[in-house]
Ligand binder design. Structure first.
Ligand code: ADP
Length: 362
């Protein structure tokens, strides 16, 4: 190659690198695919036979190509690494009709390597941003729930005493009233309403982690088995299949077994409610070195994205009136929290809801 040609190639290479860094600086994080496409075009321009050059970029879910690939191609390739892990590649192709591998210049290979490093850096920043956004959203959600917990605890405490009084005095009066009078029937209504309200208050106390607990180190495998056995008739009645995967050995957890049963009941009853006929409900318990993980999934409608943030809030329900009070998941959340665990919702694949409960091992 002549000196002049050499110089021209070098200028093209430097121009490309400059362009790539400008494209990256102006990257819009909402449109990373566009950024990558601009990089591919810039790279194509810098190759000796740019008109015949085809650039292909594959990085995680993104896959783009500057023009259709020929039937057979010769190519050079550079791996894109994100956090030191290979996560994709950039390939530059020529059709074998006209070109051979030796048509790629040494400088072009070097340039490709440099661009791949720049793309890797960009995708690392994208990943960090996404991660930060997820953490921020989670923290805001946790914050909101804990403020709600404090308010709820206050209200529940304030209502407890008057409710106990209403119930106590109504029962006292009932004892003095002859049976089957209208007053006696009215007193029954007062008593039943007071009992119902007391149950609501009790659930709110669970949500606010204000219920007394009886923690013992127990093998939770039989606890889960028993809870599911109790629901067996409900599965059959609703024509559903339940698949349980429990470890063979024991799994020890410091837990309140009655409350743990309550958690399983609430989650599985929701799963049953939202399941289609012949749907499958899966319950899995597994253990890692640091965590105990309980998963409950169904094949129902799943939860609308705009509702996911609300499901643990007291009184949020999408069930028809009379079917739900919107307190089931609030109780679950409170119980899990007081066990120092976490509960997360994910969409099940291909449809349905998946709840993942994680307890740290003590
Ligand atoms: P309730 O069951 O009384 O509605 P929950 O607190 O248990 O109250 O649930 C709140 C809401 O979360 C439900 O009304 C529903 O919208 C949603 N939800 C909970 N579990 C599921 C599930 N398995 N599938 C679809 N939606 C669910």
């Amino acid at each position: 190659m002549t000196l002049e040609k050499n110089l021209k190639e070098r200028i093209k290479e430097l121009t490309c690198l400059y362009e790539v860094s400008s494209i990256i600086v102006n990257n819009d994080y909402k449109e990373v695919d566009k950024t990558l496409y601009s990089i591919a075009l810039s790279l194509r321009k810098s190759f000796q036979y740019s008109k015949n050059t085809i650039v292909e970029i594959k990085a995680e879910k993104l896959h783009l190509i500057t023009s259709a690939l020929p039937h057979k191609s010769v190519f050079i390739e550079s791996i894109i690494t994100i956090f030191n892990e290979p996560k994709g590649y950039i390939k530059v192709h020529y059709s074998t009709d006209k070109f051979e591998k030796k048509d790629f210049l040494k400088e072009e290979k070097k340039l490709l390597k440099n661009v791949a490093i720049n793309v890797g850096d960009l995708l690392e920043r994208v990943a960090i941003r996404e991660n930060e956004a997820v953490i921020k959203r989670k923290m805001e959600h946790a914050d909101r729930l804990s403020i709600l917990g404090e308010i709820t605890a206050g209200i529940a405490h304030e209502l407890n005493t008057p409710l106990a009084n209403i119930l106590g005095f109504a029962e006292l009066l009932k004892g003095k009233e002859p049976n089957s009078t209208q007053a006696n029937k009215d007193l029954d209504k007062i008593i039943n309403s007071a009992i119902f309200s007391r149950e609501v208050v009790k659930k709110l106390m669970f949500f606010a982690c204000e219920m007394p607990q009886n923690f013992t180190k127990t093998d939770i495998v039989p606890v889960i088995k028993e809870a599911i056995n109790l629901l067996d008739a409900t599965f059959k009645k609703n024509e559903l299949t339940c698949k349980t995967t429990l470890p063979k050995g024991e799994i020890l957890l410091k837990a309140d077994t009655i409350q743990l049963t309550q958690v399983i009941f609430n989650l599985v009853l929701n799963a049953i409610y939202f399941s289609p006929k012949n749907g499958l409900i899966e319950i899995t318990l597994e253990e890692t070195s640091k965590k105990i993980i309980l998963k409950i999934s169904d094949e129902g409608s799943g939860i609308e994205p705009e509702n996911v943030q609300k499901i643990f809030q007291p009184f949020f329900t999408t069930k028809t009136v009379g079917d739900g009070s919107g307190l089931g998941l609030s109780v679950v959340h409170g119980i899990i929290k007081s066990h120092r665990g976490t509960i997360d919702y994910q969409a099940n694949n291909p449809t349905g809801a998946l709840f993942i409960i994680t307890f740290p091992k003590q």
